[in-house]
Write a protein that binds this ligand. Structure first.
Ligand code: FES
Length: 569
């Protein structure tokens, strides 16, 4: 029988085993190196990732469970990404975090890993890394914060910032009142409490099978999170004994389950790029079209911001993820297993809905056919996505003249003085993975004040970037190829007619093919693209793939396993 990974470092009487053991002793029990599984706790706690600040406490409870089950827990701080802090956009660093975490999991003497994440990019990066190393792994999602209130009404993180700032621009809210709401926005530890990217990816980690059943969505301050962390510590030790790895758990069936859940939850469009990237690490066949094929006919059942009214604390109280999944149980792959070895559908038990205001029934959904729609046409040959649940129904079929911005700076410089009508289509380019670089969340462009003053609250917007999971509007995003990669988005001119037809899945530029073929990208647009000369950003721009395959680096897709052939001394 092959020795465990940790035993390959620690077992034996030679000089190297001596060195590995001696430096690690520092209070570990004397039998720590006698074959007990060594468990890394990949911990994204950081004072600069406010949504993850509490994860050190969670790690302590994971440790209790690991010790109790006979393992040796080891805290492994890893690259963390605070969505609200990191410039130019946290997405630029997702792949860097995933690469660094992957390499540290492989390089260290561990047999399994517990992944602690929360803020938007942290769970995707952890899952990408764990998939490429393919050691037994389980996620503890850090959980959402409690609901804050302002003037007696709940505040939704992100979503209400967008709403309130639009009100200020429209002149219906004073700047002083806007600033007064700031200290009420973040009520407790935890990540954003809307159905944004963090909530979506925490819940989808469970649907993928990668958490202790029933844990995802537990609010960060709830004592049941720590209880679940303790149990997760026990679970990872048993997973090593069973040899259960991410590649056993996250199969195509698990990803299709995640797509069904994404639609029923009204989850973030960012889940598209993250799930594609994780699947790419595992070699699971998954395409952007799977989101439309499998998810677009699924009804939206969860009435949470940004598509609805409530917040994550309400979802947990109303029955949580399991109650939602039981509503769509017949659409789930019954063979897809979880980290426990049991099928996901078996873990759901009889979980029921306690509040139909928050979790609707299939017969009375918040919206029919709510999943991600994937659009194609001469403006997006490799596809673009839209979330109909967050869009205005009257704009889903639309024809209008384009106003084009060559960069986000161009948009900010001109948006307040634009000559536009409600039919205008705002086009923003230079915001894809290569162009910005890093594919920022800027696609939900602010509306021109002239239209806000008329009461207009939504317009068709098209961009090669992403949109915050907490945002809303008729926004076509992830246009591929992006303008900086030579996509036709770079050929649009102000005044061109754009045709959006979501029911027909079309996104067209109404310009004759010969004329389009003769056009050159504008020099202003080309000049606006960043061309980093060194470091991570250079590597990123040279090797990042397009949104329709998950925006991973081309050499990071796939797996290298966990084996390391050479010693360190
Ligand atoms: Fe961290 Fe929203 S800013 S989850």
């Amino acid at each position: 029988m092959t020795a465990s990974r940790s035993a390959q470092w620690y077992r034996g009487t030679d000089r190297n085993a001596y060195i590995h053991r001696a430096w690690m002793r520092r209070g570990l029990p004397s039998d720590a190196f006698d074959g007990r599984p060594h468990i890394a706790i990949a911990n994204t706690a950081s004072d600069l990732t406010p949504c993850n600040m509490h994860l050190n406490e969670v790690a302590e409870h994971v440790k209790h469970g690991v010790w109790e089950a006979g393992g040796v827990p080891l805290n492994l701080p890893v690259v963390s990404l605070g969505e609200t802090n990191v410039r130019p956009t946290a997405m630029l660093w997702r792949n860097m975090a995933a690469m660094a975490i992957e390499e540290m999991l492989r390089a260290n003497p561990i047999d399994g890993v517990v992944l602690l994440g929360g803020c938007d990019k942290t769970i995707p990066a952890l899952l990408m890394a764990a998939s490429s190393v393919d050691l037994p792994a389980v996620v503890v999602p850090g959980g959402p914060m409690l609901t804050g209130t302002f003037r007696g009404a709940p505040l939704g993180c992100g979503t209400d910032v967008w709403k309130l700032s639009e009100e200020v621009r429209a002149g219906t809210l004073s700047e002083a009142d806007f600033l007064r709401s700031e200290s009420s926005m973040i009520r407790s530890k935890g990540h954003c409490n809307t159905m944004g990217t963090a909530s979506t990816m925490g819940l989808l980690a469970e649907v993928l099978g990668m958490t202790l059943p029933g844990l995802a969505g537990t609010p960060a301050p709830d004592s049941r999170l720590l209880e679940g962390a303790h149990e997760t510590g026990r679970l990872i030790v048993s997973m090593i004994a069973d040899g259960r790895r991410p590649s056993d758990v996250m199969t195509r069936g698990s990803f299709l389950n995640a797509i069904v859940a994404l639609a029923a939850l009204g989850g973030s469009t960012n889940a598209v790029v993250h799930l594609l990237a994780i699947a790419g690490r595992l070699g699971v066949e998954l395409t952007q079209d799977d989101f439309d094929r499998t998810g677009s006919g699924v009804p939206l059942l969860v009435d949470l911001q940004p598509a609805g009214r409530h917040l994550m604390e309400d979802l947990y109280r109303a029955g949580g993820l399991h109650a939602v999944l039981n509503e769509v149980r017949d659409l789930l792959d019954p063979a897809a297993i979880t980290v426990t070895g049991r099928p996901l559908v078996e873990t759901l038990g009889e979980a029921t809905v306690h509040d139909r205001d928050v979790i609707r029934s299939r017969s009375q959904p918040l919206q029919q056919d709510a999943g991600i729609a994937v659009l194609y046409g001469n403006l997006a040959p490799d596809g673009a996505v839209i979330k109909p649940a967050a869009a205005s129904p009257h704009l889903l079929r639309h024809r209008g003249p384009a106003v084009v911005f060559d960069s986000i700076e161009d948009l900010h410089a001109r948006i307040d003085d634009l000559d536009v009508t409600p039919d205008t289509v705002l086009v923003l380019r230079g915001c894809g993975p290569k162009g910005y670089p890093g594919m920022p969340e800027v696609s939900n462009m602010p509306l021109p004040p002239k239209l806000l003053a008329q009461g207009v609250r939504d317009m068709v917007r098209i961009c090669d970037g992403r949109m915050s999971g907490t945002a809303y509007g008729t926004v076509v995003l992830h246009v591929a190829p992006e303008a900086a990669a030579g996509g036709p988005l770079g050929l649009v001119r102000t005044g061109d007619t754009i045709i959006l037809d979501v029911p027909a899945r079309r996104l067209e530029l109404d310009v004759p093919a010969e004329e389009l073929a003769a056009r050159e990208p504008s020099p202003e647009m080309t000049a606006a693209f960043a061309r980093p000369s060194r470091g991570w950003q250079r590597l990123y721009v040279e090797t990042v793939q397009q949104a329709n395959t998950g925006a991973d680096l081309d050499f990071l897709t796939g797996s290298s396993g966990g084996h390391v052939a050479r010693e360190s001394h």
